[in-house]
Design a protein around this ligand. Sequence first.
Ligand SMILES: Nc1ncnc2c1ncn2[C@@H]1O[C@H](COP(=O)(O)OP(=O)(O)OP(=O)(O)O)[C@@H](O)[C@H]1O
Length: 294
Amino acid sequence: MLALRSVSRSFGDHQVLHDVSFEVGAGTMTGFVGANGAGKTTAMRIILGVLGADSGTVSWRGSPIDQTTRQRFGYMPEERGLYPKMKVAEQIVYLARLHGLDQPTARRNCADLLEQLELTERADDPVEQLSLGNQQRAQIAAALAFEPELLILDEPFSGLDPLAVETVLSVLRERARTGVPVLFSSHQLEVVERLCDNLVVIAEGRIAAAGARAELQQRQGPPRYELTVDDDAGWIRDMPHTTVVELAGATVQFDVTVAGAEQVVLQEATRRGPVHSFRPIVPTLSEIFREVIR
Ligand SMILES: Nc1ncnc2c1ncn2[C@@H]1O[C@H](COP(=O)(O)OP(=O)(O)OP(=O)(O)O)[C@@H](O)[C@H]1O
């Protein structure tokens, strides 16, 4: 498990990270979400040791991270980093070899990854001749080629078309399934909440929320329901432990302040006539964090 504890960092008198703490567990895909400039890249660079923290700690499997440990982390930096003139496969094999893999394993991993990422046909092309989306897939292959223990990816989905997002996602999910923690950044919460079960939300260098998507959705506000009956639903105003949020003729949205109050409302509705629909309203994370991520 990767753990950050109270990590702070300033550039001059601009404090970019304030007491940042979160964890990325084995086998989970964790989305690290925040607006442009929120501090995602800075935090990732601190995890990778490219940058130091002013205070706080980063640990991997309970121990501080050293140079040898870092060698086993796969990183896709924001500025990308493949050599434009080198051929795709040659470069991936080279990088895998740099991380200690023998030639046959490096070649095999490269071929497997290119196939999974649908890049096999471009294996012998120089990186600079690939479209930006394909260059991005090649970057992802490079980060994965040496069988890393941990994956840190800076905006791996930006600029990819929807089909490419699915391809990259399935490759990352497969890694996560084998126990590799995957942390990836994005400034698009609506993308991340669809792609992963765990999220870390950062706003202006502070962690606004962290945890499982389902928990983050539940922690916010009282449970809300929507009911549609046959005619005017105004009677709901007199029901106990309910607060009407919106009433439009036969359809009403209401919050309950006591668990089970919604069942009493439903019984009353049924007693009065036909019920056309009744459902809990679970807000999307984009709705919950609208103020935080713009
Ligand atoms: N080397 C640096 N020197 C000075 N300021 C920096 C440096 N690196 C980052 N910053 C500042 O730190 C803040 C956070 O930047 P960072 O790149 O970590 O954000 P981010 O969340 O990754 O944003 P983006 O989505 O735009 O990449 C920004 O205000 C940025 O200008």
